[in-house]
Write a protein that binds this ligand. Structure first.
Ligand code: SF4
Length: 250
């Protein structure tokens, strides 16, 4: 398949089952398309003389609140389920610590309201929550020794944040003039829109620290299946919508 993006033409092979599959089965290929589109943007920035400052071992942005779409939350649950017992126990204990910290700060219930909202939560409501969360500088529960412990399965929002400003500015993302690389497709939004259409619900944002709990509460929904080709069509339809908006902004 081929996709025209503002940063160039993306040509890639994709393999999607035609039989009935759960929504989680479409998450890896959707993220891969997002990664490949982001690579075009990185290449374009480098050709324009910019430098991508993000490096392995720099996790300054892993103190921000990461939003997940429902399909990604279900995929994360599946990923954690298949971890060896000792790693899973360790991770669940860290998640529990973060939950207690967020409860003490009075943020847990507010985050839960966002995750369970049966409407699109507007930016005016989300911004103060994001700011309060970032002010706590709580490391992401999936961060170990300043490295992402779920790197291959990390959420799309984490993959899409690359900066061209000096790395030291990322120590205070709230006050420093950080320059993110423009992204033409938001994969978590695309998966959220697909899920919203499939389940007749508003696009949902699930804060990462509570994504496993949310996915557990909604696990029955994750067992529904659709034909792989129809899921891929919906993903591509939403990608084209994002890309056409990106071309209009040029
Ligand atoms: S999931 Fe990984 S990349 Fe994303 S915020 Fe957490 S540690 Fe960082």
């Amino acid at each position: 398949m081929a996709l025209n993006t503002p940063a160039g033409r993306l040509t890639t092979a994709i393999d999607v089952p035609t039989q009935l599959i759960p929504i989680t089965a479409i998450v890896p290929v959707t993220r891969r398309l997002g990664d490949e589109a982001a690579q075009l943007e990185v290449q374009q920035a480098i050709e324009a003389g910019q430098t991508i400052s993000c490096r392995i071992g720099c996790a300054a942005c892993c103190r921000m609140l990461v939003p997940l779409s429902a399909p990604e939350a279900f995929a994360l649950r599946e990923y954690v389920e298949q971890l060896p017992t000792d790693r899973r126990t360790h991770l669940l204990s860290r998640l529990s610590d973060r939950k207690e910290s967020l409860k003490r700060a009075g943020l847990w219930d507010r985050l839960n309201d966002v995750a369970e909202a049966n409407r699109s939560v507007p930016d005016e409501e989300l911004d103060p929550i994001n700011q309060s969360y970032y002010a706590l500088r709580i490391p992401c529960p999936y961060l170990e020794d300043e490295m992402c412990s779920i790197y291959e399965s990390r959420p799309a929002a984490c993959r899409e944040l690359l900066v061209t400003s000096p790395a030291e500015l990322c120590q205070d993302l709230a006050h420093n003039p950080v320059t993110p690389l423009p992204v033409s497709m938001r994969i978590s939004s695309i998966l959220g829109l697909v899920w919203g259409t499939l389940t007749s619900s508003p696009p949902r944002l699930i804060p990462l620290p509570m994504a496993l709990e949310w996915a557990e509460r909604h696990v029955e929904e994750s067992r529904r299946t659709w034909s792989g080709s129809s899921l891929l069509d919906q993903v591509l339809d939403n990608m084209w919508r994002f890309l056409s908006q990106a071309f209009q902004r040029q």
